[in-house]
Design a protein around this ligand. Structure first.
Ligand code: ASP
Length: 440
């Protein structure tokens, strides 16, 4: 069985990091397919190669000299090559890039060269084959990822090699033009490669030892998460806990392949294992994680005998849809409904929306209230335990925090509470303490 290993930019920022990466790959013969990012930051003020490439391309298309603008990028790659003691010469590649920049090949082409060049160096260093993602990862004419063609084509290419490097972040349009995924998209490439290879595991190597139960900027020294299901991960990342590119779970999830988030700088740490929900792994704690976001608004509507007005809900949702507004939650009373939306979706259209809602659904009372924060308390463990909601509410009430909204999904995987934004940090801390410090 093969494993697919993806290394982020900080894992490949310089020659020393390349050596750690090679040691990790060589320690397990099942680590067959490698997906690299472009070199990232070596220190906090450093600039990622991807950002350097965007800047360079913009300068060249504005008339600046290519050789001069590209020099710092060339220096980073040549530095890695010489520090690793490789005989590789990328001059021809640099020249091609110059020609294409001058011919305005596009910002996405420019950005993709970071992964492309880094992939060539890594393949050379490891003695692996190099597969250009432009020949294996495809987009449709409309610019969305083409799952079927990629899976067939990439799968056939991987069948022909035991060990290969496939650069992350980009692929090709049907006409051959290079296109990138959104920022951080190498995570997605890794997932696509794992699916096409029929891998037993997708290892995502980064600079932290996996996910934490809560944001360490809010909770001091939070516990780590050893195992999380795909569904729990979706709930938490939707609410802002970022560990992977948003789309990265989908290809492996559809193929039932687990993901292991690992730390290149501490490879012995177990990291976080993300498994299909059907595996139903035993819960370590009642809750798996807490995450939240600020900047929500409540559209509060009152109308007497709301239930008797046929099509009321449909008309309300239609008005919202026409304004490009997506309701996050919709708690209802008998004659009231609160629609919770992202405040930024209301920007520039509050008056128009209010006007339209008044015309279409004729509410008795209508109001938009800002400053709501949502917190998701997520855990597969809560299904089998009574009193989880009580504990969430008790923690908040002891801290004198007013709950403005409550929602529990029917799968009993999460409890979502809406509170004042000013209570956000305090609420996360007290919920964390309630579940993580009071359990043995
Ligand atoms: N290098 C790209 C970025 O900085 C893609 C990635 O690292 O995943 O966003």
């Amino acid at each position: 069985m093969s494993k697919v290993v993806k290394f982020g930019g900080s894992s490949l920022a310089d020659a020393n990091q390349f050596r750690k990466v090679a040691a990790i790959i060589n320690a397990d013969p099942e680590r067959c397919y490698v997906v690299p990012s472009a070199p990232g930051k070596r220190f906090s003020d450093d600039i990622k190669v991807t950002d350097m490439l965007y800047t360079c391309y913009d300068a060249v298309t504005a008339g600046e000299d290519f050789a001069k603008s590209f020099a710092p990028i060339k220096e980073r790659f040549n530095g890695i090559i010489s520090d690793l003691g490789l005989t590789l010469d990328l001059n021809e590649e640099y020249e091609k890039i110059g020609v294409n920049f001058k011919a305005a090949a596009g910002r996405e082409y420019a950005a993709s060269r970071g992964e492309y060049l880094n992939g060539i160096i890594l393949a050379n260093f490891l003695g692996f084959d190099f597969i250009d993602a432009a020949k294996a990862i495809f987009f449709t004419n409309k610019g969305s990822f083409d799952d079927d063609i990629t899976n067939a084509c990439l799968g056939a290419m991987l069948d022909k090699t035991d060990k290969a490097v496939i650069p992350g972040f980009y692929g090709a349009m049907p006409d051959g033009t290079i296109k990138t995924f959104s920022r951080g998209g190498s995570d997605f490439t890794g997932s696509v490669v794992a699916k096409a290879a029929g891998a037993s595991l997708y290892e995502n190597w980064t600079d932290v030892s996996g996910m934490l139960v809560a944001d360490p900027r809010i909770v001091e020294n939070p516990a780590g998460i050893n195992i999380i299901t795909y569904s729990e991960l979706r709930e938490l990342s939707y609410m802002g806990a970022s560990v992977l590119h948003e789309d990265a779970v989908f290809p492996v999830r559809s193929a039932n392949i687990p993901i292991n988030i690992k730390n290149t700088n501490a490879p012995e740490d177990a990291g976080t294992l993300i498994v299909p929900s059907e595996q139903n792994p035993a819960a370590e704690h009642v809750i798996t994680g807490i995450a939240g976001k600020k900047d929500f608004s409540v559209i509060s509507i009152e109308k007497d005998r709301m239930n008797n007005h046929k099509g009321f809900m449909r008309r309300l949702l239609q008005v919202l849809e026409n304004h490009g507004i997506f309701p996050e939650h919709m708690p209802t009373g008998i004659d009231t409904i609160s629609v919770i939306v992202n405040s930024h979706e209301l920007e520039g259209q509050r008056e128009k929306l209010a006007q339209r809602l008044k015309e279409v659904i004729k509410p008795d009372h209508f109001e938009i209230i800002d400053g709501l924060a949502l917190i998701a308390v997520v855990g597969r463990g809560m299904r089998s335990v009574k009193g989880t909601a009580t504990r969430v509410f008790a923690a908040l009430s002891h801290a004198n925090i007013n709950i403005r909204m409550i929602d529990q999904g029917s799968s009993e995987l999460n409890i979502i509470v809406g509170i004042e934004s000013s209570d956000f940090e305090k609420a996360i801390k007290v919920i964390y303490n309630m579940f993580m410090l009071s359990e043995e």
